[in-house]
Design a binder for this molecule. Sequence first.
Ligand SMILES: NC(=O)C1=CN([C@@H]2O[C@H](COP(=O)(O)OP(=O)(O)OC[C@H]3O[C@@H](n4cnc5c(N)ncnc54)[C@H](OP(=O)(O)O)[C@@H]3O)[C@@H](O)[C@H]2O)C=CC1
Ligand SMILES: O=C(CO)COP(=O)(O)O
Length: 304
Amino acid sequence: VALASAGQAVTLWGRNAGTMARMRDTREAPRLPGIALPREITISAEIETVSQAQTLLLAVPMQTLSALLHDISAPLNGQRLVACCKGIDLGTGTGPSRVIAEAKPQAVPAVLTGPSFAADIARGLPTALTLACADAEIGHALQHQLSTPSLRLYRSTDVAGAELGGALKNVMAIACGACIGAGLGDSARAALMTRGFAEMTRFAVHYGAQPETLAGLSGLGDLALTCTSELSRNYRFGQALGRGESFDANVTVEGAATARAVTAIAQKRSLSLPISTAVAALVEQRATVAEVLQDLLSRPLKEE
Ligand SMILES: NC(=O)C1=CN([C@@H]2O[C@H](COP(=O)(O)OP(=O)(O)OC[C@H]3O[C@@H](n4cnc5c(N)ncnc54)[C@H](OP(=O)(O)O)[C@@H]3O)[C@@H](O)[C@H]2O)C=CC1
Ligand SMILES: O=C(CO)COP(=O)(O)O
């Protein structure tokens, strides 16, 4: 919507022919009610209409990215594949850029991430994101191609930092939601966000990320948004856990799988990730909020 409103030709592809036909008729997306889809957007359920594009934005949940790429038979030679998903693939323990590189080795992977609710962007509200691409020249081109007057992209070549910040902030949002849902208070949430940020940085740096990237939009920026807004699904899922309520299983909650993925990696690599480990235990119903809180508070006292 943002790009089409700024005059770019955009084709929107989705796998469900019926849904896409209804979207063509109503010019509205079921997942973005109340937002008119500009006439400039071509809506299609035929993958061939997009698989030749120079730039493809891949906006699917992380755990489905690999399947989507394998459904596209074309090699996407030299095309720019911009992952918009935030998470770590449970099957391989890798982020979106690696999943792209494995599935389409001749394509150029990039990542678009940062604090942004889809509805805010579609309404034209001011938003700033990180566009990360290991190829600096292509990253520069993508930054200019995908920025609009209200959507401001900063560029980076630190792909690991950008994608791990986006993946891990969802885990921290679940923790913060659980904290508020269980009535533990705003002070406890501030502590979780701060120690969560330390944990995100430690994990990402282990994978070669720059700490400055974690302190940017894709890390701290998205952490601030997602840990404090009830518009976040990860946060609301955490709130439900904290209140002992059920949560709609059809809603995409990226942090749940990511908590499990990073906990498995942490165990293999002897990394200390106490908050992510606690969230994985909550998600897998191996522990209650009271139990994980007790574990977190009884850890040895240490230097900050
Ligand atoms: N929503 C937001 O505000 C933001 C989301 N993101 C990230 O974007 C990613 C997607 O999230 P979001 O769009 O909200 O998720 P939703 O659950 O709202 O939508 C997922 C979409 O992906 C499609 N899909 C799922 N699996 C496949 C597949 N195998 N092949 C093709 N299409 C598939 C679904 O199709 P169908 O309708 O047919 O089921 C649906 O259209 C997540 O990683 C999220 O973290 C990032 C920033 C903001
Ligand atoms: O990533 C997002 C905001 O930047 C969207 O967060 P949720 O997936 O928690 O709704």
